[in-house]
Design a protein around this ligand. Structure first.
Ligand code: UD1
Length: 419
């Protein structure tokens, strides 16, 4: 099994370019089932994306990945379609559930494996099914599979989500595309990745309008011409590298291929901690040498602080003066990086949903275990600032979502290698 070995305390300098967003690419790939032909640019070459491509191939779409250009071309013309998403492909990547909405819209039926729980929480799909049922889908659960059918097509509905879910909003959007009449979704997730999905769907012929946390969808026809879309940048990857730069910059660090406006709340919170950031149109500069101070943070749906940045922020807060608190409001079990960070010397205690972090503490290298995607990258950050050597096991979690992590860090002179 592969491991990462990091020699800590090496200053970094230079430029980091941010990849396309994994969490935007996944629903757009699921949406491409609806298109006759689509070209999607700026896709990150990470495991979750490969799994989604495998799923599209399994369903019967024709895909051509042009790795050198981070482009995928997808065609669903003249192929035998299989409206099944099997367990083996959904179990490792929950976003597989997103093909449910597209398959129901285009083929009026779908059989999709239930994703099951995962390390960060139970992660049910009740909200996805709630929305589809409201649109007239008949749904049964049998042998671990969701069996969904809408023989006469789906129909528009007014749906208020009882709580905010990124995936359920995406699935509802995919299902509402051709639904008869109007659909109004309220209390939706409005993450930038969802806005990107809406842009893609509108290019495909949908009539979708966003107003606050409500989304209005009018019955639409799918365009048959080839459509092209460039995926937005990965705001979580950007946040991760801002934190790395803050802790390790030898000189000012440039992070490019981004749009700072989209991550306003993240930049605001980092500025409150004391990180000095200069915003340009398509890049930011993280300035060296800042005095960092403690803060209390609560993770929330967008435009709040993202749960996907919680573990990385925690590493930053081990280095600031004073006691900080992070309340994790989205997932019930998302502090699994804490015992590993403690083994590296961090002073963190957990009380209910809140982690209390005492800083500044000197971290020391250790052999640690990655438990999920964002927890893994927090251990990389900890390893980069720790004294001596850190060995990170189970890095397959990292490969699910960070494109060229070691290459990008080594390019900035960090000492990190995979064995
Ligand atoms: C997406 C992101 C993930 C991010 C999360 C929250 C992708 C591929 N993944 O995951 O990186 O951490 O948003 O920003 O985009 N819930 C229910 N019932 C449901 C669905 C969700 O109770 O049917 C709960 C979840 O257990 C969780 C909360 O709602 O507590 C938010 O989850 P959700 O927004 O759905 O996350 P995902 O779409 O799975």
């Amino acid at each position: 099994m592969q491991k990462l070995i990091i020699k800590g305390r090496k200053e970094i300098s230079g430029k980091i370019s941010i990849s396309g967003s994994k969490n935007a690419t996944l629903p757009i790939l699921a949406a491409s089932i609806l298109a006759d032909q689509a070209q999607i640019k700026n896709i990150p070459l990470v495991k979750d994306i490969f799994t989604m491509i495998d799923l599209l191939n399994f369903i019967g779409l024709k895909t051509k990945l042009i790795r050198k250009k981070n482009i995928i071309e997808i065609s669903s013309k003249g192929k035998n379609i299989n409206t099944l998403a099997p367990y083996k492909l959904v179990k490792t990547m929950r976003a597989g559930i997103l093909v449910l909405g597209s398959l129901l819209t285009k083929y009026k039926k779908a059989k999709v494996s239930l994703p099951g729980g995962c390390a960060i929480g139970t992660r049910p799909v009740d909200l996805h099914l709630f929305a589809l049922k409201k649109m007239g889908a008949k749904i049964k659960i049998k042998n671990g599979y969701i069996l969904a059918e809408a023989k006469n097509g789906l129909k528009g509905a007014k749906i208020r989500f009882p709580s905010i879910s990124v995936g359920a909003t995406e699935n509802a959007l995919l299902a509402a595309f051709k639904a008869k009449g109007k659909t109004v979704l309220t209390n939706c997730a409005i993450e930038p990745e969802i806005i990107d999905l809406i842009k893609f769907l509108n290019k495909l012929g949908a009539k979708i309008h966003l107003k606050g946390r409500s989304i209005l969808i009018s019955e639409s026809k799918i365009k048959t011409s080839k459509i092209s879309h460039e995926v937005i940048f990965d705001r979580i990857e950007l946040g991760t590298y801002i934190i790395a730069s803050t802790l390790l910059a030898k000189k000012n660090l440039i992070i490019d291929k981004i749009n700072p406006k989209i991550i306003k709340s993240e930049i605001d919170v980092l500025k409150k901690i004391g990180v000095k950031i200069i915003q340009k149109k398509k890049s930011i500069i993280v300035k060296k040498g800042q005095r960092l101070k403690n803060i209390n943070i609560t993770t929330k749906p967008y435009p709040g602080i993202p749960t996907d940045l919680q573990a990385q922020l925690m590493v930053l807060l081990t280095q600031v003066n004073g006691v900080s608190k992070i309340k994790e409001n989205i997932f019930e079990n998302r502090f699994m990086h804490v015992p590993e960070l403690r083994r590296m010397g961090a002073q963190i205690t957990i009380k209910d949903k809140t982690a209390i972090i005492k800083g500044p503490t000197k971290l020391t290298g250790a052999e640690v275990m990655a438990t999920d995607l964002r927890a893994s990258v927090s251990l990389v950050l900890a390893g980069l600032i720790a004294e001596n050597r850190t060995i990170i096991n189970r890095i397959y979690h990292l490969d699910r979502g960070y494109e060229y992590l070691e290459r990008k860090l080594r390019h900035c002179k960090a000492e990190i290698k995979r064995i």
